[in-house]
Design a protein around this ligand. Structure first.
Ligand code: NI
Length: 134
């Protein structure tokens, strides 16, 4: 099995706040992240497949780029993530962002013959979250 990864980046703001917690618990859980702040997010999307001998690859990276840019990068870049339909109803942690991105792009990639393997979302160079196909 072969894997191909395309890296994207976007700048966006968000805040972490849970309606399931009271004000004190929110402050305790999220600290400064409860305030609106921004990140230069890094997004890495990995697809997998078997090489087609006719083309020498298993996915066209231009197709992958088009799908992720249209469904994720363009709507997110320079926006407040908490207000976007893509993240409606979830706390905009890296884990939830990765899950929603997976849900948004997976069907579209599948239509184009790509099998999604991993979505990685990094807020900084020091920490990130991934979701993988089982
Ligand atoms: Ni943050």
């Amino acid at each position: 099995m072969h894997y191909l990864t395309r890296r994207f980046s976007f700048s966006a703001s968000h805040r972490l706040n849970s309606t399931a917690l009271d004000a004190k618990a929110n402050a305790c859980t999220y600290g400064l992240c409860e305030n609106i702040h921004g990140h230069n997010y890094r997004l890495e999307v990995t697809v997998r497949g078997a090489i087609d001998p006719k083309t020498g690859f298993f996915c066209n990276v231009m197709d992958l780029t088009e799908v992720v840019k249209r469904l994720v990068v363009d709507p997110c870049d320079h926006h407040y993530l908490n207000d976007l339909p893509l993240f409606h109803g979830v706390i905009t942690t890296m884990e939830n962002i990765a899950s929603r991105i997976w849900g948004a792009i997976e069907p579209e990639l599948k239509k184009r013959g790509m099998s999604l393997s991993e979505v990685l979302v990094a807020e900084t160079d020091e920490h990130w979250a991934r979701i993988r196909a089982e």
